[in-house]
Ligand binder design. Structure first.
Ligand code: MRU
Length: 344
């Protein structure tokens, strides 16, 4: 099995696979300070909810590293400022805020220690998060594999693989697990307009591991579902509200709606850190709107006329009524989500 290492913290720098360049080129983006991490998250060098969470945590480590020599007051102010900057670099995936808050709590608990000691504790915490993410994904994969029938054809959207996490992946991790457990599965991967995470990243991971897969334009998915060609749909999540409403890559809602019409099971795979217990429903989820150029241009060349208005939300919200189950590292949660999510 090919091992993808999305990120590595080494010699005081964070190294990220530059996902903007895949599959043409496997190159590494070096972050020397937290501003580089902010840029990497905003520009989608690194993307996927769990991956930006852990990258964000290392961003806080880099911020601490850069101001060890300051007074305690200066150091603590800089930590606040960097947490704000990193936490706001993308608004929808709650994992980013979750990771930043966890790092802020470490600063708070250790604020009477030296700056160097705080830095070391932060580095250790980010390292723990990195390890936890991989273990969490393996557990999601094991639970998820239970709902994959032998010979199943699985539809997935966006990239939820090793690249979207520290390793292995969530929805794509389940697909990996099913494949390696010997089931003869087949995958349909949506290309995922406009950033094409499916065509560029999911297809790359599937081809690398020789998992039988077919790439389709997003608009083909409803036809396959209607024609009985899909046994199960599994996607990831960027934020899950307390009632189970789930924000994920734009196009997910459409899939869930067609799946409901044709009685095809529709699962979300996500770590518990993606659940936002602070909000009651999907209406409270902030949906990121991205640059118009993602729609008007292809590879830097304009394809739409000057002057056209563009609406480019990066995510949509799938209502909990459309979700068959939420596969987490602690097991599969089913409706009623507002009750059952509380007990995980
Ligand atoms: O804009 P992206 O590429 O960061 O969006 C990614 C997704 O929507 C994924 O489905 C989600 O983050 C889960 S990744 C395990």
């Amino acid at each position: 099995m090919a091992l993808v290492k999305t990120m590595e913290f080494k010699d005081g720098n964070l190294y990220l696979i530059d996902q903007r360049k895949l599959p043409r080129e496997l190159s590494i983006f070096k972050c020397k300070d937290y501003k580089d991490v902010e840029f990497a998250i905003k520009d989608m060098v690194v993307r996927g909810a769990p991956a930006i969470g852990v990258a964000g945590a290392y961003g806080i480590v880099l911020a601490a590293q850069g101001c060890i020599g300051l007074s305690k007051e200066g150091f603590l102010n800089k930590m606040k400022e960097s947490a704000e900057v990193i936490g706001n670099s993308r608004p929808t995936a709650v994992n980013l805020m979750w990771a930043v808050r966890r790092m802020e709590a470490v600063v708070e608990e250790n604020k009477d220690k030296t700056n160097k000691e705080i830095y070391e504790t932060l580095l250790n915490e980010a390292y723990i998060m990195e390890k936890e993410d991989l273990e969490t994904n393996k557990s999601i994969a094991r639970y998820g594999n239970e709902i994959i029938p032998e010979g199943a054809t699985i539809l997935t959207h966006c990239n939820t693989g090793a690249l979207a996490t520290v390793g292995y992946g969530t929805a794509l991790g389940i697909i990996r697990e099913a494949h390696y457990s010997g089931k003869n599965i087949r995958v349909f991967a949506d290309e995922t307009r406009p950033r094409l995470q499916g065509a560029k990243l999911t297809a790359w991971e599937l081809v690398q591991e020789v998992i039988p897969a077919t790439l389709i334009p997003d608009s083909v998915a409803p036809v396959l579902i209607r024609d009985g060609k899909i046994d199960v749909i599994i996607v990831g999540a960027d934020r899950i509200a307390s009632n189970g409403d789930t924000a994920n890559k734009i196009g997910t809602y459409m899939l869930s709606q067609v799946a409901k019409d044709f009685n095809v099971p529709f699962y979300i795979a996500a770590p518990i850190s993606t659940i936002d217990f602070g909000i009651d429903s999907g209406e409270q989820i902030v949906i990121e709107e991205r640059d118009a150029k993602e729609i008007t241009h292809i590879n830097g060349a304009r394809i739409a006329p000057e002057g056209i208005n563009v609406y480019n939300p990066a995510f949509d919200v799938t209502p909990h009524q459309n979700i068959t189950g939420i596969i987490t590292e602690k097991g599969i949660i089913r409706s009623p989500y507002s009750v059952n999510l509380q007990f995980i």
